[in-house]
Design a protein around this ligand. Structure first.
Ligand code: PLP
Length: 373
């Protein structure tokens, strides 16, 4: 059995009103950072998350920078983040001149381990950024308790977790702020784009101001401070609205794909395991992740090359922050993140994968693993 076409890891599916809304922007000339699609996308995204406010912005990285700026984070401050995340989480902290303080992840969900947070809190700690990795929510209950006890804010980096749920509550409304990305490979996309959600009206006002160069709302072209141009365009929002109208379909397709993978692969847990779905979680399966057992002699990268030769695109799990030059730690002690990162990779998780493609991927994966015992 040979795949005729390469099976891609992730690609956007624009099968709703996206085309119609984008053409409307072009026909009316509303292509820049104002317009009805920006307003409507924000309104509907806030409804989706159950928050008072949702603010569009240029991408998921500046979506993290905005609330940190609004909280006044700067030099000398420390922000707790998981070491096992995409680098944007750490970079946003660095942009403020503050220091990201790293925490290891849990063996089960691979998210920040609540039991390892308190030992990292100092008098300089101002907040926690939680990441819902690969679409699986972090264990928010204990994290919110720790934050409350130490008077810290909580930002949820939900770039990968649109529509995920923690104990029945949609992600985006549990922490003080949540941030989303609409990059091309995310659950829904605007090409590049981001969103910040919050119930805190004062914080929302402050983020809105900073997003628009901090222009005085009562005096046009008057600026009292240095702001940023972090706006999203009406065209991007038009794409986003089309995507959001269909988000239940997108999430449903991911669950269909995930269910078939689990059904076909769960019996091989001597060869590898999947990132599990905790009983209290609704995983969005942004990415299906495989963790190779130590019984397999081949390296993770070797297994990935074999799949590549079969026409199956994969990608390594994130490298933990403490391993890379900008955030390198000499005496790093993050055993769970090190292990998961070195033995894990993502397999295709498109909304459009067919049953046959999924079966093909599963059979090649099992074949290569068995061949390398
Ligand atoms: C994608 C992603 C971001 C950043 O989003 P961009 O839109 O690419 O800037 C931030 N955090 C996590 C965990 C992500 O996966």
């Amino acid at each position: 059995m040979k795949a005729v076409q390469r099976i891609t890891l992730a690609s956007p599916v624009l099968n709703g009103n996206e085309r119609k809304y984008v053409l409307d922007c072009i026909d009316t000339g509303w292509i820049s950072a104002n317009g009805k699609y920006v307003t409507e996308f924000e309104k509907q995204f806030a409804e989706f998350c159950g928050t008072k406010h949702a603010l569009t912005c240029a991408n998921g990285t500046v979506a993290l920078h905005l609330p940190l700026l609004a909280y006044g984070i700067g030099q000398g401050d420390e922000i707790i983040i998981p070491t096992f995340t995409y680098i944007a989480t750490a970079n946003a902290v660095k942009y403020c001149g503050a220091t990201p303080v790293l925490v290891d992840c849990e063996k089960d969900s691979w998210n920040m381990d609540p039991k390892k947070i308190e030992e990292k809190i100092t008098s300089k700690t101002k907040g926690i950024i939680v990441v819902h990795l690969y679409g699986h929510p972090a264990d928010m209950g204990p994290i919110m308790e720790i934050a409350k006890k130490h008077n810290l804010f909580v930002i949820e980096d939900a770039a990968e977790a649109h529509g995920a749920e923690y104990k029945g509550q949609v992600i985006g409304s549990i922490g003080d702020v949540a941030t989303f990305s609409f990059f091309g490979n995310k659950v829904i996309s605007t090409g590049e784009g981001g969103m910040v959600t919050t119930n805190n009206s004062e914080l929302a006002e402050r983020m809105k101001l900073l997003r628009g160069q901090a222009m005085d709302p009562h005096k046009r072209y008057w600026f009292n401070e240095v702001g940023y141009n972090y706006r999203m365009t009406n065209i991007q929002a038009a794409l986003g609205l089309g995507q959001l109208e269909n988000i239940e379909w997108h999430l449903g397709q991911r669950r269909r794909v995930a269910a078939q993978y689990i059904d076909s692969l769960a019996q091989y847990n001597d060869l590898f395991t999947l990132q599990p779905e905790m009983p209290w979680a609704k995983h969005t399966y942004w990415m299906i992740s495989i963790l190779l057992s130590d019984k397999i002699k081949a390296s993770r990268d070797e297994i990935m090359s074999l799949l590549d030769a079969d026409g199956i695109e994969t990608r390594p799990l994130f490298y933990p922050m403490h391993q890379m030059p900008p955030y390198f730690e000499e005496d790093a002690n993050y055993p769970v993140a090190d292990r998961v990162s070195s033995r894990g990779f993502n397999i295709p998780t498109n909304a459009t994968l067919t049953d046959e493609e999924i079966e093909y991927i599963c059979s090649r994966l099992v074949f290569h693993c068995r061949n390398n015992l």
